[in-house]
Each structure stands twice: as C-alpha cells, then as structure tokens.
Design a protein around this ligand. Structure first.
Ligand code: NI
Length: 264
C-alpha cells in the first residue's frame, strides 16, 4: 500500500535544521517508505519557484504555486505578482494554484488584501483552467462565497475544518475535500464527522508537513510518510480499510490534478 500526500511543504527551512540530510533526504526517505507521490505547496513566489525545482528533482513530486493569505503584504503590485505566477504555472510540473484563500485567525493581515489576492488567483485559475488548493482558516462563509463566484474553477479545500454540511455543499459544487493530521486528534469531533460524509470520489489526504503532525506524533515535526495515520483514522471512521482509502485518494488526486501524463 502507498499513499499520495497532496499537501506538504518539504522545502520548509525546518527540514534543513531538524531532518538529517535535509529536504532531499526527507523526500527520498518518504518515497521509499509508503509514499507514492507528493504535491509540494507554494505560499509565496519564492517558495513556489523552490517547489518547481523540487518537482524536477523527483519524478513523483509535483508543485503548486500561489500566494498564501498570510503572505499578501509581502508584495506591492498585485498585477506584477500575477504575471510572475502565471509564468511559473507554465511549468509542466506545476499542477495547481495554491495555497490561496483566507485566514482570519491572526488579525494582523487585513481582510481586504487577502480578498484581492484570493479573487485574482481564482480568476487566474479560470483563465489557465488549472485546479486550486484552498486554505480556509476561520473564514468558511467568505471562502464559500468566493468559490460560488467562480463556478468553472474546481479544486480542493485543504486540511478541511468545516462542518459535514459545508463539505457536502462543496462536493455539490464539484469540489474535493482533503483531510490532514487534525482528523486524528482525540477531540476533533467535527473533522471526524466530516470525513464520514464525503463521497468516495472526492476524498483526499495530506499532511501539511512540517505542520499539523498527527497523533501519535503531535508536537514533533511532521513528514509526508505520516499521512498513513490520517488515512488510518479516516478508514476507521468510514468503517473500511486503510488500503481502500489509499487507493481511492490516489485515484482522486490523479483525476483532480490531471496527472495522467506522469509516471505513477
Ligand atoms: Ni499548507
């Protein structure tokens, strides 16, 4: 059995400091230990470029490129950022725009610039006909409204934290739902309920490494191979096998991110 980690930040500086051998060793270890593929996620222009470089080093690693809501104040000219982003997305291993969205947890980033970047990147996704990866932290209503504004754009809500009802609404709109290590947390009643209602053909798994380490590794640095614990918990909730979850989530990732041309 192998699993597809659809959301990891393997280029994160923490791996150079805390993982012997750094990012490259981390990825090759994971690919040898139960991980079939990884999507490495960009959050700014700089690490979107790094993501593409990593994807070219490893056949089974793909890149997403995008401006995270927490990074929007880094830039002065949104038009210029969108031009550079579009340039990056021409790369054959850039498979999605992400992560983009809204984060209302910290109040130091005003909503307005977050909205501007979110909307511009949704319209870029529409123009390029490419899937998006959405970060929605404590901004469920506004994220749903944005998705509804772009009915042609499809993608995934990553590390889903909404209700089962919201999951079903997104599924109806054609979206995928991805669960991270948070579903393994003992008190995570809502994600545990939500992962039960998502139809088989819309479910994805991820780690969000180096963040959100699953039980029994909470507090440690996360890594793609720990996606196993998330798949295992989802299997438990859905009363099926981890092998089955592995199989369907791999097929779903391949379909959503249009990976048919790649070696699998
Ligand atoms: Ni992330």
């Amino acid at each position: 059995m192998t699993l597809f980690d659809t959301h990891a930040h393997c280029d994160d500086k923490r791996y150079e400091l805390e993982y012997e051998g750094g990012t490259d060793k981390l990825i090759s270890d994971c690919l040898e230990n139960g991980i079939s593929n990884i999507i490495n996620i960009g959050t700014c222009l700089e690490n979107s470029k790094a993501s593409i470089e990593l994807a070219h080093k490893f056949e089974n690693v793909y890149a997403s490129c995008g401006i995270h809501p927490s990074d929007v104040l880094t830039y002065e000219n949104v038009d210029e950022v969108m031009r550079e982003l579009e340039e990056l997305l021409r790369d054959e291993k850039a498979v999605a725009i992400g992560e983009i969205g809204l984060d209302y947890h910290y109040e130091d980033i005003p909503k307005e610039p977050q909205m501007i970047y979110f909307e511009r990147q949704m319209s870029l996704a529409q123009k390029l006909n490419i899937p998006v990866i959405i970060h929605d932290r404590e901004a469920h209503g506004d994220c749903l409204d944005m998705v509804k504004k772009f009915p042609k754009v499809k993608g995934v809500f990553h590390s889903f934290s909404g209700s089962p009802e919201m999951a079903l609404e997104l599924v109806k709109l054609g979206w995928y739902i991805s669960f991270s290590g948070t579903v393994t947390f003992k008190n995570a009643r809502v994600p545990k309920e939500a992962c039960k209602v998502v139809p088989e053909d819309r479910l994805l798994v991820e780690t969000d490494s180096p963040y959100l380490s699953p039980t029994p590794h909470r507090g440690e640095i996360n890594m793609p191979s720990y996606v196993f614990f998330t798949a295992e918990e989802i299997a438990r909730q859905r009363e099926t096998t981890t092998e089955h979850i592995a199989k369907i989530t791999k097929e779903n990732a391949k379909r959503l991110f249009n990976l048919n041309n790649f070696v699998f």
